[in-house]
Design a protein around this ligand. Structure first.
Ligand code: ADP
Length: 477
């Protein structure tokens, strides 16, 4: 307990030491903005209570002086409103403007606190007997109001409270001076009560100020943390880009050389060497795929992937996609069929990016099928949409795995990696490309039965297709 209390004391002392210059410029912009925003928000509440106090006082005391002083209070409000407009235009950058605004806030505070004090002391002066409960209570409310809503700038708050304290003491001394009462009289009791109330107000102002200060400090920490995270992300992005690029270039030449060796361009390959070269080529391809995926992901996330949108005839496009996988499918002993749409249908898209999507869906369908299996690609028109589906009768995907299927670096079953290879990035990139086409991707699957992945696009009508003949280029947002 003791150590906790000491720690709190320490923090509070540090605050008071650090802010010994109460008009300092630490977080000045935020303080001024908070101050003005709150002041503007509370204008009707403040004016309402002053008006009610004025009506009450006018009924029981001299209405002419009461309303005259009340009008002065209302006029000081206009000064505050004017200052609020001026400060809103300040972008927080020019410190000279900041100092000017601060000076005007200080001046307005003194003028407004004086006007309120005169309004209240005027009531006290008219009370010649029975103490000064009404004006004291008004003053107490005004002080509490200031403590609750002006704690952003302790200097300004103290300025206002000093004027109110002067008014409190004036009221306290009023009857002491008027009647010179003995120490045991009620007048002195009221005097000492007022001193106690003053202490209470100062105590809670300090608490409000410390709390506001802590909030500001927390906000500063969050901001700093945010900046650090952004910087770290940028370093990660640059690191990934550099590493991927530096790996891609030598890898391309290694793969090229292996290709030459494999095709016998450099002479007959000894039988004993063939398996080793095949493995090297296979793993080189895997590495190249990983680097390509990393580069794509990084491009998408940095908003640097360009899309060239053009109308695409879906049937033709699918023929091309299926044809490009024939070699791989034959190697795995899997039969691929394509079922085109009966009607010609077109969509708007980036052909090479969508080919990347189809390659990913098809290679997954092939990878996760057993030898002798079959894969079917189908185009359907569903209302105003075109649906492309890739169906396989392979291993299937367990229930509740959607997040992992479309996640980054995630494989539903980690043994997949060893068995069939893959980065766990393909479907994540696919989904992001699909989203850029205003299209959707989803799947249905059953373990041991197979999976169907489908993507749906808006169908281009003829008018749309014609107006879309102009290619549009967009970057990922
Ligand atoms: P990978 O590079 O591992 O193929 P993807 O992002 O393309 O990465 O796929 C993520 C995971 O989703 C795969 O590892 C696999 O577990 C599962 N998956 C994707 N397509 C299929 C499919 N047609 N059949 C079974 N599982 C699939």
């Amino acid at each position: 307990m003791r150590t906790a209390a000491e720690a709190i004391m320490k923090v509070q002392n540090a605050h008071w030491e650090a802010r010994s210059d109460w008009f300092n410029s630490v977080g000045r912009e935020q303080r001024i903005k908070d101050y003005i925003t709150l002041a503007n928000q509370l204008i009707w509440q403040r004016q309402g209570s002053f008006f009610a106090a004025a009506m009450l006082a006018a009924f029981y005391f001299n209405p002419i002086t009461t309303f005259t002083f009340y009008i002065v209070v209302a006029l000081t409000e206009l000064l505050d409103q004017n200052l609020g407009r001026h400060s809103k235009a300040w972008d927080g950058k020019d410190p000279v403007v900041g100092r000017q605004i601060l000076k005007r806030i200080a001046l307005n505070t003194v003028v407004s606190a004086l006007a309120i004090s005169v309004f209240i002391v005027n009531i006290a002066v008219q009370q010649t007997s029975g103490g000064h409960f009404t004006p004291l209570f008004f003053l107490f409310s005004a002080s509490l109001f200031a403590v609750m809503y002006n704690s952003q700038m302790i200097g300004i708050l103290l300025l206002r409270l000093s004027v109110y304290a002067f008014a409190f003491l004036s009221i306290a001394f009023l009857d002491v001076l008027r009647y010179s009462p003995p120490l045991r009289s009620n007048i002195w009791l009221e005097f000492f009560t007022i001193i106690f109330v003053l202490y209470f107000i100062i105590d809670i102002s300090a608490k409000f100020y410390v709390r506001y200060q802590e909030r500001l400090d927390q906000m500063r920490l969050i901001k700093e943390e945010n900046e650090r995270t952004k910087a770290a992300l940028e370093v990660k992005r640059q690191f990934l880009a550099t590493v991927s690029h530096e790996l891609r270039t030598p890898l391309t030449s290694i793969m090229g050389s292996l290709d030459l060796v494999n095709h016998g361009a450099l002479g007959e390959v000894p039988e004993k060497m063939k398996p080793a070269i095949r493995i090297a080529a296979k793993n080189g391809k895997r590495l190249a795929n990983l680097i390509d995926d990393l580069l794509d992901l990084q491009k998408i996330e940095a908003g640097e992937m360009e899309f060239h949108f053009k109308p695409i005839s879906v049937n033709d496009f699918l023929d091309e996609a299926v044809e490009s996988t024939t070699g791989y499918a034959d190697k795995l002993g899997i039969h691929v069929t394509s079922v085109p749409s009966l009607h010609d249908c077109r969509i708007m898209g980036d052909r090479s990016r969508l080919m990347q999507v189809m390659n990913n869906l098809l290679s997954n369908a092939l990878k996760f099928s057993d030898e002798g299996g079959s894969v079917e690609v189908r185009v359907q028109i569903v209302g105003a949409r075109v649906r492309i589906s890739v169906h396989d009768d392979g291993v299937g995907i367990p229930k509740d795995a959607k997040d992992r299927v479309f996640g980054k670096f995630t494989q539903v079953d980690s043994s997949d990696v060893r068995k069939v290879g893959g980065t766990g990035l393909g479907l994540n990139i696919t989904k992001q490309i699909i989203q850029r086409h205003n299209a959707t991707i989803d799947y249905v699957s059953e373990l041991g039965i197979g999976s169907t992945f489908f993507i749906e696009f808006d169908r281009l009508n003829n008018a749309g297709a014609e107006s879309a003949e102009n290619v549009s280029v967009e970057k990922v947002a």
